[in-house]
Design a protein around this ligand. Structure first.
Ligand SMILES: [Zn+2]
Length: 493
């Protein structure tokens, strides 16, 4: 045997051993933060000044000031209505990461988590100092919380020009879009986090599980190709999903990656930043999204750690594609095989109902609507009723007006429902005033609309052999014999 050959073999073995050692070292440092530690960090650093998801621009200003010593705070510009948009920078590392939230004004979950994260990054002496030092030396972070403060003020999606900022990345008609684009251009981040909320009706496709978090590494072209930039975003998402699966198994969906040429995420990916979209959906029992806020905190911190250690390199794009797709198959209520009489003939109809959140006088109520009907087997619902043998029956208006909603108790409302009255009139009270009664309350008209066809307000009864069994009021199902405790968010019509 010749010696050079043996040397070469040894060199190769040595190299392989070294490589394996490096890989396991990287993995060891990547998997260093156990979930319970991450969770305890959240509990410790959760920003107490933010307690619900309808906070405003003014609420954030003192919180930004609070961090102005530890962060480099810079006013980037102003919204249409003159509200400031600021960036907060932290860290002195080579890898640049930009995180922006709430470009849709009513999508505030991640903004809450960013302020929790600011508290965490500013913390000390709590067992996380090594992690902080790692992040501080490896990363240069730029946070832009609440890019659409005017939309947040009205808690609506669009800005004050009624433009969807996520369709304004190219034309940049809106000052808020100009701010985001110039921040990207001057900073040139390696990684970007595009932080949104999605409707609560998204599910993990073909399952009844709500998509509490959805993710996407947006496409940068119509062919939805994968380059290194997009690939790194995909791999990072795989690591984030590992964290999520421990807390919300089966409740993470992957968004459709059709290229949208006007969207920020798609273009920022195209301009060379590995871009990750996080969409916060719904979670049963968490209407103010405080648990989902925690999930955002955990996965953003996880992702920053992955980026600082290049931990994402252990994952593959195939693993990203194995995350199931998002669906939009969730309803609030599905009533199966309700008998509807049309021209003296009974038809068994499944009816699918959503109660969408709407705003009135600074508070919110639910507006029920029939979304679809017929064969509803491809949908899932938070509540399902088998109405076999039950017949659709219209309701009546109670003939005597009450003085105000205060004169009607919940028991009284139920009693009226049992007598076939679906609506009551009140003499005083504002139209659109909120109430929590399980009955329709009328002010402006003596009629109410109700029906079973698509787009109708779901107000009706279900009867068996002429006896009323269930009432459906503004899309809420009420069992007239055994009414369960539920919260009604209705308004005077
Ligand atoms: Zn959005």
């Amino acid at each position: 045997m010749n010696l050079p050959f043996i040397n070469r073999v040894f060199a190769q073995i040595f190299f392989l051993v070294l490589l394996t050692a490096c890989q396991s070292l990287a993995q060891a440092s990547y998997s260093k933060i156990p979930l319970d530690k991450l969770e305890s960090a959240f509990e410790q650093y959760k920003e107490p000044a933010i307690t619900h998801r309808r906070f405003k621009h003014a609420d954030l200003q003192p919180l930004i000031q609070k961090h102005s010593a530890a962060f480099r705070v810079e006013k980037l510009g102003e919204s249409v209505d003159g509200r400031s948009v600021s960036s907060m920078d932290w860290g002195k590392g080579k890898t640049k990461v930009m995180l922006w939230s709430q470009m849709h004004g009513n999508e505030s979950t991640a903004t809450m988590a960013l302020f929790d994260l600011f508290n965490f990054l500013e913390g000390k002496g709590d067992g996380f100092d090594d992690l902080r030092t790692l992040l501080h030396t490896q990363l240069n972070l730029k946070f832009i919380p609440m890019i659409n403060p005017d939309g947040a003020e009205a808690f609506k999606r669009r800005n004050s020009l009624d433009i969807d900022l996520n369709r304004d990345a190219i034309a940049q008609i809106s000052p808020e879009a100009v701010i985001l684009k110039s921040a990207r251009d001057s900073f040139e981040p390696d990684f970007g986090f595009n932080l949104h909320d999605q409707q609560i009706y998204y599910n993990v496709v073909n399952t009844p599980k709500q998509a509490t978090i959805s993710v996407l590494a947006p496409a940068y072209n119509l062919e939805t190709e994968i380059n290194e930039v997009r690939g790194n975003a995909m791999k990072t998402i795989v690591g984030m999903n590992e964290v999520l699966q421990q807390l919300i198994p089966g409740q993470v969906g992957k968004y459709d990656d059709a290229f949208e040429p006007r969207a920020f995420g798609d273009n920022i990916q195209k301009w060379g930043t590995s871009t990750i979209l996080i969409e916060s959906g719904g979670y049963v029992g968490d209407p103010e999204k405080q648990f989902i806020r925690k999930l955002n905190f955990l996965i953003i911190l996880n992702a920053l750690h992955q980026i600082a250690t290049k931990g994402y390199e252990q994952y593959t794009t195939e693993q990203y594609f194995s995350i199931p797709d998002n669906g939009s198959q969730l309803m609030d209520l599905i009533i199966n095989e309700m008998q509807v009489k049309v021209k003296d003939k009974l038809y068994p109809i499944d009816i699918a109902i959503r109660r969408r959140e709407s705003e009135a006088n600074g508070a919110y109520y639910m507006a029920g609507s029939v979304e679809d009907l017929g064969d509803m087997q491809v949908f899932f619902a938070f509540e399902t009723l088998d109405a076999t043998g039950l017949v659709y029956t219209s309701g009546k208006v109670y003939p005597t007006a009450f003085e105000s909603v205060k004169d009607i108790s919940e028991d009284k409302a139920l009693e009226l429902l049992r007598q076939g009255f679906l609506a009551v009139k009140v003499k005083t009270g504002e139209a659109r005033q909120l109430h929590e009664l399980p009955v329709l309350v009328l002010k402006t008209t003596e009629k109410f609309s109700g029906g079973w066809m698509t787009g109708s307000s779901p107000n009706f009864f279900l009867a068996k052999d002429g006896k009323l069994k269930y009432a459906v009021v503004n899309g809420y199902l009420i069992d007239l014999e055994n009414p369960k405790k539920q919260e009604f968010k209705n308004r005077i019509l």
